[in-house]
Design a protein around this ligand. Structure first.
Ligand SMILES: C[S@@+](CC[C@H](N)C(=O)[O-])C[C@H]1O[C@@H](n2cnc3c(N)ncnc32)[C@H](O)[C@@H]1O
Length: 306
């Protein structure tokens, strides 16, 4: 019966995706087969209406993927808290937010009885109970985390075995990862020039905190997910800002990076554990090891992740 319901749901989802009502699910195999997704990336506006509209849109998207209602949610990097407010007031979620950067509006946001915001770093968080969250979510935060592996480890620890993690992040080798796109018209300034050269060339003495992003590639994320036992159940890429003309003119420098990396601005995944063996490292199909080495490799991965 459960199988039938699941098949029905999956079929309905595919029909709705075809009709454009929901985002299509992408799996690594879709990527392998060369299917890529293009959509628009808009530069965020920060007036009140735009913020509320964006938070509602993100919440709706999350709900279509994760079924938000009544869930215990950890939001990493809530910043202004707009999404936390929508989740608590419109979806009945209990929300904990963790962000090293507080905002003057936090006392107001926390007047909502279902919201608690904590000043802290997810890579080294204050005490939170193990396996206490149904969902962990983050929008454009992971690129700013200085110890992304530790941060993912803590998420794995804090998630229930049946929990789900939603992660949308910008990738370092994309044309817009410098976060200077409002001021600097050239793509990939962070790959073309040193920070000092950018300061001088574009007259930007202060590069701002958002300039300093970690350098993880998507393949490194995949490796981390695997070690922590996270299966990808939804995957989506944005490839919008690749500038062919600029690339061709600067192939000497940019040609040192894989083109897929230069093309891919953002990724988004939903991560889940295997229900029978939650949080167990996922063996890499690339390796064909004898049984005893496989056993040792698994032990090693576990030891590293401990
Ligand atoms: C670009 S903002 C995104 C804010 C919000 N999620 C949104 O979609 O508008 C990135 C946020 O991540 C937070 N952040 C950076 N490093 C973090 C860490 N180690 N742990 C938790 N949050 C972090 C920043 O302080 C900032 O509020």
């Amino acid at each position: 019966m459960r199988v039938l319901i699941k098949a029905g749901r999956s079929l309905a989802r595919r029909v709705l995706a075809r009709m454009g009502f929901v985002a299509p699910r992408r799996t690594p195999i879709a990527k392998f087969l060369g299917s890529e997704i293009k959509s628009e990336v808009t530069k965020p506006q920060y007036d009140n209406d735009s913020r509320v509209k964006r938070a509602r849109k993100n919440a709706k998207h999350l709900d279509s993927l994760l079924d938000l209602r009544g869930k215990h949610v950890l939001e990493i990097g809530p910043h202004l808290g707009d999404l936390s407010v929508v989740l608590a007031s419109e979806y009945g979620c209990d929300v904990v937010g963790i962000d090293p950067l507080t905002h003057p509006n936090w006392p107001e946001v926390q007047q909502h009885p279902r919201i608690r915001l904590i000043e802290g770093d997810i890579a080294n968080p204050p005490p939170l109970e193990n396996e206490s969250f149904d969902l962990i979510i983050s929008f454009v935060v992971w690129e700013h985390i200085r110890h992304p592996w530790s941060a993912l480890q803590h998420c794995q620890r804090l998630l229930k075995p049946t929990g789900k993690k939603f992660l949308r992040a910008n990738l370092y080798r994309s044309a817009i990862a410098s976060h200077l796109y409002r001021q600097v018209k050239e793509p990939w300034p962070h790959l073309m020039f040193s920070p000092d050269e950018i300061r001088a060339r574009f007259n930007r003495p202060d590069l701002g905190w958002a300039f300093w992003v970690n350098k993880l590639t998507y393949q490194q994320y995949l490796f981390y997910f695997r070690q922590l036992g996270f299966f990808i159940t939804h995957e989506h890429f944005w490839q919008v800002h690749f500038d062919r003309e600029y690339y061709d003119a600067n192939e000497q420098t940019l040609g040192l990076y894989p083109e897929w990396d230069l093309k891919t601005d953002f990724f988004e995944v939903v991560l889940e554990f295997d229900p029978r063996q939650p949080k167990r490292p996922i063996p890499d199909p690339v390796y064909r090891l004898p049984k005893w080495r496989k056993y040792l490799a698994r032990k090693w991965l576990r030891f590293q992740g401990a």
